[in-house]
Design a protein around this ligand. Structure first.
Ligand SMILES: O=C(O)CCC(=O)N[C@@H](CCC(=O)O)C(=O)O
Ligand SMILES: [Zn+2]
Length: 341
């Protein structure tokens, strides 16, 4: 059997972290697999099913478990151990940050989408990468209409989480939430959902808002160095993504009440200055709850206190740049049937 050049695509992308000349190969199971750029590879089956699927990982270079999961998925697809039944765009987001084992080089790539990469006078390498990833997602979804558009942007979190696997559901501008997608995430053992409360500049919001995709930021566990992940913890999501990609009409069993817990983002704490600090320990886990009136953070004259309802903190990070999100605060939010479709 002809050896695939694309099987080692992750290594090839890390050797060429900013640019890679396109090339294609036939798919062992029929169709073509094409490298579009470093970290961007498109699977076009001979007779594609009705889903256009984007799976992205490594938007933050130190979030290695999803990168290792997608690397093996890629190898099994190009070497014929797994069939590709739908169009699939696989993205390894930030090879340069992977090479340094860091979240970002100069700016957070996941705050540069929906055109945010054009702000400021001189676009750096990460801004250029965000612009290209936008272009590739647009090219991929733009090649046909009528297919079901999906984008799972796979991450891991800096801190431990009270709920290990959770997903951010990008703001839907009043559109209903998808029962089937929540059921899919449940099958992935992603049993906690955060409903965003407004537009953001994240990759998943870009795909959702610009292309109407069912798109999610999926937090699968804890940040670990390459090779130190316990991949058994990712078996469910790996199995579900493989079923999704390789079966024509796979769908999860219906969502039942009580199978997922839902929070709604009630506010973002935006760091204003270097004086910013939290009023809780640096090891506080995601989803730690605070009672009404508790002081959360201060920044010069500014104080953030919990309002009338218990709030939980997610993604607390005092090291973000000034003007960036230092934490999300969320409240319990029992989704009603009328908000689901
Ligand atoms: O653990 C952390 O502090 C951040 C983990 C991470 O990268 N989360 C994403 C969430 C994106 C979203 O809100 O949809 C991020 O911060 O980019
Ligand atoms: Zn991340």
């Amino acid at each position: 059997m002809k050896v695939s050049r694309i099987a080692n695509f992750l290594s090839l992308s890390r050797e060429h972290p900013w640019e890679l000349a396109p090339f294609s190969e036939p798919l062992a199971t029929g169709g073509t697999v094409s490298v579009w750029d470093t970290g961007v590879v498109c699977f076009e089956p001979a007779s594609p099913g009705n889903k256009d699927i984007v799976i992205s990982c490594g938007i933050h270079g130190n979030e290695t478990a999803p990168i290792e999961l997608c690397d093996q998925l890629l190898r099994d697809l190009v070497e014929g151990r797994l069939s590709c039944r739908h169009r699939l765009l696989l993205i390894f987001g930030h090879p340069a940050a992977m090479n340094q084992g860091v979240r970002e080089l100069e700016v957070n790539l996941n705050r540069l989408f929906s055109g945010a990469h054009e702000r400021g006078d001189s676009p750096g390498l990460e801004q250029q990468r965000a612009a290209r990833l936008e272009l590739y997602v647009g090219r991929f979804f733009g090649q046909r209409s009528g297919a079901e558009r999906l984008h799972y942007d796979l991450h891991t979190a800096i801190r431990p989480s009270k709920y290990e696997k959770f997903a951010i559901y990008p703001y839907t501008h009043g559109q209903p939430y998808s029962r089937r997608q929540l059921a899919f995430l449940r099958d992935c053992e992603v049993d906690t959902i955060l409903l965003a409360h407004g537009p953001t500049t994240t990759f998943s919001y870009f795909s959702a808002h610009r292309f109407g995709a069912h798109a999610f930021t999926v937090e699968l566990g804890k940040v670990m160095p390459f090779g130190q992940n316990d991949m058994r913890r990712f078996k469910a999501v790996d199995h579900c993504l493989r079923q999704l990609v390789s079966e024509a009409d796979w769908m999860p069993a219906p969502l039942e009440p009580g199978q997922i817990r839902v929070f709604k983002v009630c506010r973002e704490i935006i760091k204003q200055s270097d004086a910013f600090r939290f009023h809780f320990g640096k090891d506080v886990a995601n989803f730690t709850a605070f009672e009404p009136g508790e002081l959360l953070a201060e920044d010069g004259e500014h104080r953030w206190r919990v309002d009338a309802q218990r709030e939980a903190v997610v993604f607390p990070n005092p090291a973000v740049a000034n003007g960036q999100r230092a934490a999300l605060m969320v409240i319990d939010y029992p989704l009603s049937g009328s908000e689901l479709d």
